[in-house]
Design a protein around this ligand. Structure first.
Ligand code: BES
Ligand code: MN
Ligand code: ZN
Length: 493
């Protein structure tokens, strides 16, 4: 995407006019209308009179018979907020499918947050994925030029667009990883994608295979992966900012990377299994987030850990009643092999605490179905935290990125629910499922300020809706990238 000073000299075949926060035309629309040979004011009036509403992402296209473009489209920008501009950007991307180029006129002085969100929307709305032998979709729009008609050429606006494009791309990558079917995607495949990202973006990468996992005592990841013919992996990606000192804050991310979740011997019912290819969304989002840190100049040290396994039932699978020993020695009595996410994350968290000693620890997972009951679908992901400043910083990043979070409690009173005489805790119990899962993980985070993101509620979109396409959303990548590239992600912690 390019920021275009003034109105472009060579018009694109299709022009887009993004309405302002009041549903009116942007200042540059007058000149644009002259160039296109159409009175945009009258066009908008006529459309409003026949039921067009300038809600975010609403579009109406109008063919042109004279002038330099063959089509103009009006797009609503709702109240002009970043969220609404993201929706508008996604709508434009859908309109632009199959087109080489679009010129987009936006409100004069549109603020940076809105412009960045607009760029994110254009990238995300361009997403498609199909393995059909005849691709029914049209290719993503080739070029999008954005202008508010003014002559500013200082490059600052281009930088804002570029940032939006990179953040949009993290969402794209996370979505692509999550939407890939599990006959193509196993733990080794996920590790290979992480290794590619590391090579392309200057990160260090370390991959544990099943032998190394056994040698180092990763009992949770090994237990969950034991039923599959495709062995588990643990992946570590390291980002160190240029000019880092010993005072540079250090954040560790831990992602659930279950490349397929059948439930294991505690087998899921057949309807519940469908879509479990995306049970590695947390791990995929960690990989996607790591891919953007160098380009966006994040000023914190970050290690991304991915706990990857395939949860299958078989003669070699782990069982209910087994007791497993996690990295570092804590034990868990398995009561349900379908509560596998917490078992692999526990190893990752324990590894981070013991070997990396970060200032902040955040895990991200499609951990429970219960969070969908608590928060519904597609509005909020669940946020649990032992530190209020960390919770606030993440919630802020949620609002900015459009991947919003709702904070949930971590009451010590419920810890009894996961106790057992046999081991340090059980992995599944009666009661509030998302909270007990979070309490289980909390024990592995030690004294380090810790947050847990349970994103099952926003990991799948029921339809093509705004910046989401149907199916896997790759939730969390934009949120984490926005947080880690904010000015002070660890402020107050
Ligand atoms: N991967 C699932 C959680 C999930 C469910 C994500 C639906 C997205 C949609 C997780 O591993 C799981 O199976 N959790 C169980 C936990 C229970 C056995 C304690 C659940 O939520 O039912
Ligand atoms: Mn499960
Ligand atoms: Zn799972």
């Amino acid at each position: 995407m390019t920021w275009q000073p003034g109105l472009p000299v060579h018009g694109a075949p299709a022009w887009v006019v993004v309405l302002d926060a009041e549903g009116g035309l942007p200042a540059a629309a007058k000149e644009a209308g002259e160039r296109l040979g159409v009175d945009l004011g009258r066009l908008l009036e006529a459309q409003l009179a026949t039921g067009f509403s300038p809600a975010a992402g609403a579009t109406v296209a109008y063919p042109l018979l004279t002038g330099e473009a063959s089509e103009v489209v009006l797009v609503g920008a709702g109240d002009g907020s970043a969220k609404d501009l993201r929706h508008a950007g996604a709508a434009i991307a859908r309109f632009g499918r199959g087109k080489d180029e679009l010129t987009t006129v936006v409100a004069e002085g549109i603020d940076d947050a809105a412009l960045r969100a607009f760029a994110e929307g254009v990238i995300l709305g361009s997403f498609s994925y199909t393995l059909k032998t005849v691709d029914p979709g049209e290719p993503a729009v080739g070029q999008v030029a954005v202008t508010d008609g003014t002559d500013g050429t200082d490059g600052a606006r281009q930088q804002v667009l570029d940032r939006g494009v990179v953040i949009g791309r993290t969402g794209w990558l996370a979505r692509q990883l999550a939407i890939t079917p599990s006959n193509a995607k196993d733990p080794a495949w996920l590790a290979a994608r992480a290794t590619e990202v590391a090579a392309a973006t200057g990160l260090e990468v370390t991959v544990w295979d099943e032998k190394k996992l056994a040698a180092d005592g990763f009992g949770g990841i090994l237990a969950v992966g034991r039923g599959s013919t495709r062995p588990p992996r643990f992946v570590r990606l390291d980002y160190v900012p240029a000019g880092a000192t010993k005072n540079t804050p250090y954040v560790v991310l831990v992602g659930k990377g279950i490349t397929y979740d059948t439930g294991g011997l505690s087998l899921k019912p057949r309807e519940g299994m469908v879509s479990m290819k995306r049970d590695m969304t947390g791990g995929g989002s960690v990989i996607a987030t790591m891919s953007a840190l160098r380009e966006l100049g994040a000023n914190v040290r970050v290690t991304g850990l991915v706990c990857a396994a395939e949860n299958m039932p078989s003669g070699t699978a782990y069982r209910p009643d087994d007791v497993i020993r996690h990295f570092g020695g804590r034990t868990t009595e398995v009561k349900n092999t379908d509560a596998e996410g917490r078992l692999v994350l526990a190893d990752g968290l324990a590894y981070a605490v013991q070997e990396l000693k970060p200032d902040v620890l955040v895990d991200i997972a499609t951990l429970t179905g219960a969070i969908k009951v608590s928060l519904g679908a597609m509005l909020y992901g669940g946020l649990f935290a032992t530190d209020d400043a960390l919770a606030d910083n993440l919630a802020d990043a949620g609002r900015v990125s459009g991947e919003e979070l709702w904070r949930m409690p971590l009451p010590a009173e419920y810890e009894d629910l996961i106790s057992t005489p046999i081991a340090d805790s059980v992995n599944s119990s009666k009661g509030p499922g998302s909270i007990t899962a979070a309490l289980f993980l909390k024990a592995f985070a030690g004294d380090i300020p810790w947050a847990h993101l349970d994103l099952s509620s926003i990991a799948e979109s029921p339809a093509d809706r705004f910046e989401y396409s149907i199916g896997a959303t790759g939730a969390g990548a934009r949120l984490l990238t926005t947080w880690l590239t904010s000015e002070t992600p660890t402020a107050g912690i």
